[in-house]
Design a protein around this ligand. Structure first.
Ligand code: GLY
Ligand code: MN
Ligand code: MN
Length: 464
């Protein structure tokens, strides 16, 4: 386990207080077969299970019976066959004891526990499952269709877990810092390897190798492409071309599952062209604006809109946008250039807790999700709090299909200069991303060393 037993005991005690009553079931993950049962994807434990129960083994369920003040770790012990193939594994009883849980039971006991709770009218709380095997498991236990299990998850439990996981403790921040250090190594390696003729896949492979070499993995599939305008662009086997930009969005996830998430853009020829400098400078200014203004109490939606205003002002200076800035942003015209949100929470999941439902993670009664194109992709809008970790990731993208669509529909012609925009259709895209810890009176960019991103620093770094 990553932290001391007392950390997990305290977390479960606080969860009990927040949920109040009922039977809480937190499902760990099972092995996920890739192409046949014995060839599985690398095992990844569920983050909420890890947060409250700390154990990495597959096939476990954590149970908290709040009304009877009892905790259980449920799972089957391995047998001699397993020991022959995979070596010794501690018993469920030992795993429970390590996590400060008094009771352990085999999986066959879970149905009885649920039946008893149902008979007594106890409320059963579980989190929304995102894997189909867990949906089937919950469906079986509760006698409901597996595909209805997400919708029937406990909102009380979701809100309690979000409240707790959103605020990172010092020991969690220390683990995120370890992920940042690996992320630094990954990104600076990519920047140094970036030159004409090297394939996108090759560089992405180097990054994956660095993460694996530290015993961990990438925190999400690396996005590395000359087509930075494709948000989740897979690295291709195409060699990098002189004159273009390489966008790299990548992060590490430590052995104990805390993440980093950074994006950098490197000129493949070693120097930015003047047009690339113009666009990069806008993204850089937006990125720095957030670092200077993020502090407790600020609505992340307002931070996003401040970025949209600055971006619009600076795009007007270049002649790509025109008209009144406030009106343009209100109308959503800036979304020709920035089609995603400013950032998301980050922690054990790179999009932290996204599986619990974005509306509970990023929004509340005061700030509801927007339905306007672009801003509807903002994953967090509510007032930010000390201890939260959020990504700051503005970008500018030239998406040919979107240019064609909006131009044909005469969308926002009072704010967008389509004639000039046409000359940018092969530009690609630029995003800069760092991870911010919200402090008592501002924010701190995580990572002991910041991956170079100011234009002159980038050119000097890759020239070394
Ligand atoms: N890695 C995807 C993102 O930055 O949100
Ligand atoms: Mn990213
Ligand atoms: Mn991100």
């Amino acid at each position: 386990m990553l932290f001391a037993k007392s950390t997990y005991i305290q977390r479960r005690a606080l969860l009990k207080q927040k949920v109040g009553s009922g039977l809480v079931l937190i499902f760990g993950n099972n092995e996920a077969p890739c192409n046949y049962p014995n060839n599985a994807y690398k095992f990844r434990q569920d983050s909420s299970f890890l947060y409250f129960f700390g154990q990495h083994r597959e096939g476990l369920v954590g149970v908290i019976d709040i009304d009877n003040d009892k905790e259980y770790l449920v799972g089957n012990d391995i047998d001699i066959e397993d020991i022959i193939w995979t070596g010794f594994v501690p018993s469920v009883h030992d795993l429970a004891e390590e996590a400060g849980i008094a009771n352990s039971l085999p999986m066959s006991a879970l149905q009885q526990m649920v039946n008893t709770a149902n008979a007594k009218g106890q409320q059963i709380h579980y989190l929304p499952p995102y894997r189909h095997d867990i949906m089937i498991q919950i469906g079986d236990l509760l006698g409901i269709h597996p595909l209805t299990t997400r919708a029937n998850a406990s909102v009380t439990l979701i809100k309690a877990v979000v409240d707790m996981r959103a605020v990172k403790s010092d020991e969690e921040i220390a683990e995120i810092e370890r992920a940042m250090a690996i992320g630094y190594e990954m990104h600076t390696t990519a920047m140094k390897a970036c030159r004409p003729g090297v394939t996108e896949k090759y560089i992405a492979g180097l990054l994956e190798g660095i993460a694996c070499g530290h015993g961990c993995k990438v925190s999400f599939n690396t996005i590395l492409s000359m087509h930075g305008e494709i948000f989740h662009g897979d690295p291709s086997l195409r060699p990098l071309e002189a004159g273009r930009l390489m966008l790299c969005d990548a992060g590490a996830e430590t052995v104990d599952n805390y993440c980093s998430d950074n994006t950098r853009v490197t000129p493949i020829s070693g120097k930015f062209t003047s047009r690339q400098r113009d666009i990069y400078s806008i993204v850089e200014a937006c990125h720095d604006l957030v670092i200077s203004k993020a502090k407790p109490g600020v609505k992340w939606l307002d931070m996003h809109l401040d970025v949209c205003r600055l971006m619009t002002d600076m795009l007007k200076d270049l002649g790509l946008m025109k008209g009144n800035t406030e009106d343009a942003v209100q109308a959503g015209a800036h979304a020709m250039f920035l089609q995603h949100g400013l950032g998301h929470m980050m922690g054990m999941d790179v999009h932290d807790m996204e599986g619990l439902g974005q509306v509970y993670v990023g929004f509340d009664d005061e700030v509801r999700p927007s339905t306007q194109f672009g801003t509807d992709c903002l994953r967090c809008g509510r007032r930010i709090q000390p201890g939260w970790v959020l990504t700051d990731e503005p970008g500018i993208y030239f998406i040919p299909a979107l240019i064609d669509k909006w131009k044909a529909e005469r969308m926002h012609t009072e704010f967008i200069n389509y004639d000039l925009l046409e000359t940018y259709r092969d530009f690609g895209g630029i995003r800069l991303e760092d991870d911010l810890l919200i402090t008592a009176d501002g924010c701190r960019v995580l990572g002991e060393k910041v991956i170079p991103y100011h234009i002159d620093e980038v050119e000097a770094f890759i020239a070394q």
